[in-house]
Design a protein. Structure first.
Ligand code: CP
Length: 329
């Protein structure tokens, strides 16, 4: 059991080794049990977390804030637009200064080509650990909650279990590519066979896919890509886990109109009961939320017996508490 996480940043999914992720999950289950039993667990008493948001959030903000309070500390909600960042506060200044006030700095910055770089520059200057609340490349805490949920539903040994990470159509906005990228990086390390499905214009970052394929080879798992304009149905055969959600096109993430035009070609990429029926009888459906209801996924699937989206959202709280307790003490 590797426990040396104190003071460490968590920006990329691979910042922690597989053994360290196992430690986080162990702690997360302990904290989940303690909360259920009403056992106080103030591991971060008098500690503070800065939560700096450049982008909206429901679950991430709420779960980090609740988690810090349950650990005996305090989380400060800071929106970039109410700071002096637009008037010149640099990444170095944010890292230096917030790192002196707080015991951890959590940041959400999803702007394409900007977010991940921002987090790393703040981390370079900060004496306190930097935690990624989602950037343009990774959503690592979401992925830990996903892994915890899959293990709760499918058992701790995930070898030979098939996860389908599929693009789906959405009309609301061009969603970041960070969730599917985190999934394809983390799941092979835990033995899962990955099938990645998307329309031709919606690939993930080539360097992330290459890294994921290398991890699949190292862990002797399979990694299949299906890029078929006709839809996601073929990917679903015999799936244990279906993670179908929308993401924006890589090359046009900075051009919302062009991105939406591309997206609108694929309205038939909706996760529905017919596609779900091609998966295993006990398959689970996952989505990080928010979902475009009846556009990205049907209500029948989202609210149906295979959906685990609320357990998945709950587990954000437990894994984040585990990461904070291990890194910020
Ligand atoms: N899943 C997720 O990150 O949700 P929010 O965008 O609401 O934080």
């Amino acid at each position: 059991m590797q426990t040396n996480l104190r003071g460490r940043d968590f920006i990329s999914d691979l910042d922690f080794s597989k053994e360290e992720v196992e430690t986080i999950l162990d702690v997360a289950w302990d904290l989940k049990r303690k909360r259920a039993l009403g056992v106080p667990h103030p591991y971060l008493r008098d500690k503070t977390l800065a939560m700096l948001f450049f982008f909206s959030s429901t679950r991430t903000r709420a779960s980090f804030e609740a988690g810090m309070a349950q650990l005996g500390g305090h989380a400060a909600f800071i929106e970039s637009k109410t700071t002096q960042i637009s008037h010149g506060d640099t990444e170095k200044e944010i890292g230096e200064i917030l790192g002196r006030y707080y015991d951890g700095i959590a940041i959400r910055h999803c702007d394409w080509g900007v977010g991940n770089r921002y987090l790393n520059l703040v981390a370079e200057a900060s004496r306190a650990p930097v935690l990624n609340m989602q950037c343009d490349v990774y959503h690592p805490h979401q992925c830990l909650a996903d892994l915890m949920t899959i293990m709760e539903k499918k058992g701790r040994d995930l070898r030979r279990k098939k996860i389908v990470v599929s693009w789906a159509y959405a009309a609301s906005y061009l969603k970041p590519i960070s969730v599917p990228q985190s999934l394809i990086l983390q799941m092979p390390r835990f033995g899962m066979d990955v099938t990645l499905a998307y329309p031709p214009e919606f690939p993930l970052m080539p360097e992330i896919v290459e890294q994921a394929q290398q991890l699949a080879r190292e862990n002797k798992t399979s990694f299949e890509i299906i890029s078929d304009p006709d839809g996601m149905a073929a990917a679903m055969d015999d799936a244990d886990v279906i993670y179908a959600k929308s993401w924006g096109p890589l090359l046009t993430t900075t051009d919302p109109e062009e991105g939406k035009r591309l997206q609108d070609k694929y309205k038939h990429w909706i996760m529905d009961q017919e596609k779900l029926s091609r998966a295993k009888d006990d398959a689970i459906y996952m989505h990080p939320l928010p979902a475009d209801r009846d556009i990205e996924v049907t209500s029948e699937v989202l609210d149906g017996p295979h959906s685990v989206v609320f357990d998945e959202a709950e587990n954000r709280l437990h894994v984040q508490k585990a990461v904070m307790a291990l890194t910020m003490r």
